[in-house]
Write a protein that binds this ligand. Structure first.
Ligand code: ADP
Ligand code: MG
Length: 257
C-alpha cells in the first residue's frame, strides 16, 4: 500500500507521522523541523535548504532523492551533525542536538553515526581489515575486541577473504562493501550514505543497495541514503523527495523514478 503526500504549491507537507507508520516521539531516530541552511560565500548568501521538516523511522531504509544541487548532501551533513542549520531544529532520539556541547556532539557522532561516501573515502595505505578496524581504534577499544568486531562485519559483507587487500587492489563494488563494513562496525544508531552508488555500474549499484537492505534488517539499524539513481530509489521503505531545498513529496515505499 503506497501513501503519497504531495503539496499543491510545493510547500513542505506537515510530517504525517501516522500515515508514515511512525508513532510520534520514540519511533523516529531523527526529526527535522523547519530546517534552513544558507551558505555564505563572501558577501553572497547561497540558499541550500528552505525549511525542511520530516522524521526518519527507526530501523528503516529511508532515501532522500532529488536532482543535483537540491540539497541532499547539505541535509545529510546536518543529520550527521557535521554541520549546523542556519535555523530550525534537529532532534536525534527526541533530543535537540543544539543543546549538546561540541564534545558531546563529536562523541555522539563517533559512536552512533556511520558514514558512507560516493567515492568510498578509504584510507589507501590501510588494508580492508585495518580500514574497518579504524573507527574502533578511534573509540579506544582494545585490539582483541576490535579484531573480532572487524572480522565479523567483514564476513557479513562478504569480504572475509579479501581483508588483507588495500583499496587499490579492490573493485569499486568491493571498496564500497569495505566502506559499509567500516560504517557498521561500531553498531551505529544510523548510517548516512551520500549517493553511495554514484561511482558504480548498475550491477554493482544493485548489489550495494541489496547489501545495505540486508544489513539494515540483520543489524536492526537505520540507513539514510541520498540518491538520484532511479534504480536505487525503488528499494526505499520511505522516500523523501527534495527540490530546491524543499521537501516536495514523501511516499512510504520506493520512488518510481
Ligand atoms: P546535492 O547534494 O543535492 O547536489 P548540495 O547540498 O550539495 O546538493 O547543494 C545544495 C546547494 O547548496 C547548491 O546550490 C550548492 O551549490 C550549494 N552549496 C553546497 N555546499 C556549499 C558550500 N560549502 N558553500 C556554498 N554553497 C554550497
Ligand atoms: Mg551531493
Amino acid at each position: 500500500m503506497r501513501h503519497e503526500f504531495t503539496t499543491a504549491a510545493g510547500l513542505p507537507p506537515e510530517p504525517d507521522a501516522a500515515a508514515a507508520g511512525l508513532s510520534p516521539g520514540g519511533a523516529c531516530v531523527v526529526r527535522l523541523t523547519d530546517v534552513v541552511k544558507t551558505y555564505k560565500v563572501g558577501s553572497v548568501s547561497v540558499p541550500a535548504l528552505n525549511g525542511v521538516g520530516f522524521g526518519i523511522a527507526r530501523n528503516s531504509l529511508s532515501m532522500i532523492v532529488g536532482p543535483s544541487g537540491s540539497g541532499k548532501t547539505t541535509l545529510l551533513n546536518i543529520i550527521g551533525c557535521l554541520d549546523t542549520p542556519t535555523s530550525g531544529k534537529l532532534e536525534v532520539n527526541g533530543e535537540d542536538v543544539a543543546t549538546l556541547t561540541d564534545n558531546a556532539l563529536s562523541d555522539f557522532r563517533a559512536r552512533n553515526v556511520g558514514f558512507i561516501f560516493q567515492n568510498f573515502n578509504l584510507i589507501p595505505v590501510l588494508s580492508a581489515f585495518e580500514n574497518v578496524e579504524y573507527p574502533l581504534l578511534m573509540l579506544g577499544q582494545k585490539a582483541a575486541q576490535r579484531r573480532s568486531a572487524a572480522l565479523e562485519i567483514l564476513d557479513a559483507v562478504g569480504l572475509a577473504d579479501l581483508r588483507d587487500r588495500r583499496p587499490n587492489e579492490l573493485s569499486g563494488g568491493q571498496k564500497q562493501r569495505v566502506a559499509i563494513a567500516r560504517a557498521l562496525v561500531k553498531k551505529p544508531q544510523f548510517v548516512l550514505a551520500d549517493e553511495p552508488t554514484a561511482n558504480l555500474d548498475s550491477q554493482n549499484g544493485a548489489a550495494i543497495v541489496a547489501l545495505m537492505r540486508q544489513m539494515q534488517v540483520q543489524l536492526q539499524t537505520t540507513f539514510i541514503v541520498s540518491t538520484h539513481d532511479p534504480q536505487l530509489m525503488t528499494h526505499a521503505e520511505e522516500t523523501f523527495r527534495i527540490r530546491d531545498g524543499k521537501l516536495v513529496n514523501h511516499v512510504s515505499g520506493g520512488a518510481e523514478s
